[in-house]
Design a protein around this ligand. Structure first.
Ligand code: DLZ
Ligand code: SF4
Length: 508
């Protein structure tokens, strides 16, 4: 068959209605997908993340073939695998002599640069089409941001509610309020009947991928087994339906709770599926809205879920494209400490970090409060360099692509952008973790002590952070109170805080 267009489908574009495919013709065009060494190693992704994505890609190639597409799927160990996008596409152009290359815009700035370079580099035109799976194109976000002195997610989110009509009564929000987050602050109790995310046994195709990843990425972080992620659209949709039925009714209440040995609580664990294109953001929000109108879930749960998807997720993508390149090097506090080894080994006396890292190793997953208030909070208080921390988040989580991970880690969790994304640094002492979790009971440290060898390290580190950065954070009205509180501590207490914090940091 002669090829008219070569349609390159990237690993996070596993959507049948993708713009590049919608613009094509299965009878005349050829799809190219490739498992690439460079993409798996530009940060050393978690083994389970690579296995998930390769398996989802292989299943998607099958789905496309069943729809009538000719798909060149280049496996990692195929003889003609060229290891990176540019050489793989160059090779395919030489092989098939297409008239043009067609590709939907990339999620990551790094890959988008590559696609744009091809427009000058390749002998044939390269069409880059918008990614209409998102509700707010980067250009629309830029226009929205240009009109504002200060960017706040809440106002963007309201516009997205109006634009989509989700949870709206005419021009008013259902329930009379836009945001029910104030209701979502409950700690969870251990519950033997807690719903679990749907698990799927690996089929033969996934087993091949698991064997491949086990040999080729043996030195990457993370466990391959147990592997139970959905790798097909049908299973991802089934997992989502089960979440709506079983866990979503409680999701709002317990969004921020943490429990030892309960990594998932009432969370959906659908971000890996959503971010690689197996689930459609608008469609899942419409399903949640329908469940609310059918009386199956309360409004705070429906609103909290929809806000994450059409609000926060779209907002961080907008910020990413607004601020890249350069956003990845933000370092407002000038932090430079290397990432401690226990982010990889989980070997630390701090029970909260141990729980977050060990389940990250096992599942390539941790929920947002573990990322924000445990590993993220610790890194900011301890003065860890935000860049290696960002690379850590990007590599260890199955859902992480730079457009979503970078603003969340650099902006939200490290305040490294100086307050563009977050209205205040998400800094907290052990008391917050104790309130939202049951970790402290089994910790070798005492959450009630501020200083000394047995005191929870988050406590002295918190006050040390406030004191160190008083000039930068004291101007923030929401932090100024903490600076005043620190100033009211007696001089010898301030000295004990400094001693405890510096001793702890020296031992990292
Ligand atoms: C994350 C990832 C990995 C691990 N592997 C591949 C791959 O082998 N082939 C591919 O097309 N994409 C992969 N990706 C996703 C890309 O690194 C990148 O995040 C997206 O293309 C978004 O720009
Ligand atoms: Fe974490 Fe401190 Fe609680 Fe230990 S005492 S689990 S270190 S917050």
């Amino acid at each position: 068959m002669s090829t008219r267009n070569l349609i390159l489908v990237l690993g996070d574009q596993l959507t049948c209605t993708l713009s590049s495919l919608a613009a094509g013709d299965p009878a005349r065009d050829r799809v190219l997908m490739a498992e690439l060494h460079d993409e798996a190693t530009y940060v050393r992704h978690h083994k389970k993340k690579i296995a998930f994505l390769f398996s989802a890609m292989r299943h998607f190639a099958e789905e496309l073939r069943a729809m009538g597409w000719t798909v060149d799927y280049v496996k990692l160990d195929a003889p003609d695998n060229r290891g990176n996008f540019t050489e793989q596409v160059t090779h395919a152009i030489g092989q098939h002599r297409p008239e043009r290359v067609v590709v939907t815009e990339a999620g990551e700035w790094r890959v988008m640069q590559m696609l744009q370079d091809w427009q000058a580099q390749f002998p044939i035109p390269v069409d880059i089409l918008p990614d209409d799976r998102f509700l707010c194109p980067p250009t629309a976000f830029k226009a929205w941001a240009a009109d504002r002195k200060q960017l706040r997610m809440e106002y963007f989110y309201r516009d997205m509610r109006r634009q989509t009509g989700l949870l709206m009564n005419g021009d008013q929000p259902c329930g009379g309020k836009w945001n029910f987050d104030a209701d979502n602050r409950k700690a969870a109790d251990v519950d033997l009947f807690m719903p679990q995310p749907s698990r799927f046994a690996p089929d033969a195709l996934t087993q091949d991928v698991l064997a491949l990843v086990a040999t080729r990425f043996d030195d990457h972080f993370g466990d391959l087994a147990p592997f139970w992620f959905a790798v097909t659209r049908a299973n991802a949709e089934a997992a989502f339906a089960a979440f709506v039925e079983n866990a979503l009714p409680h999701f709002g209440d317990y969004q921020d709770a943490m429990l030892t040995d309960e990594p998932f609580l009432y969370h959906a664990v659908i971000a890996p599926y959503l971010n690689c294109g197996l689930l459609d953001p608008l469609r899942i929000c419409q399903q949640v809205e329908a469940a609310y109108h059918a009386g199956k879930i309360p409004l705070n749960a429906a609103e909290g879920f929809i806000r994450q998807v059409i609000g926060w997720r779209e907002y961080v993508r907008g910020i990413y494209w607004l601020k890249m390149p350069g956003y990845d090097c933000s370092n407002f506090f000038g932090h430079s400490r290397p990432l401690p080894d226990f982010y990889w080994t989980a070997e630390t006396g701090m029970a909260c970090i141990r729980a977050a890292v060990s389940q990250t190793k096992q599942h390539a997953y941790a929920h947002h409060i573990q990322r924000l208030m445990v590993t993220g909070n610790f890194a900011m208080l301890a003065g860890i360099d935000p860049y290696p921390l960002h690379q850590w988040y990007l590599s260890v989580y199955a859902d992480a692509y730079e457009w979503v991970e970078l603003p969340n880690s650099i902006g939200m969790s490290q305040f490294a952008d100086g307050g563009l994304l977050a209205s205040k640094p998400y800094a907290a002492s052990g008391a917050y973790i104790n309130r939202m979790s049951n970790y402290c009971g089994s910790c070798r440290y005492d959450v009630k002590q501020r200083t000394g060898d047995d005191a929870c390290p988050f406590n002295a580190l918190y006050w040390h952070f406030i004191a160190r950065h008083r000039d930068k954070i004291g101007k923030n009205p929401r932090m100024a109170q903490m600076v005043r509180t620190y100033d009211q501590f007696a001089a010898d207490e301030q000295q004990r805080i400094t001693n405890s914090a510096t001793t702890f940091l020296a031992g990292l």
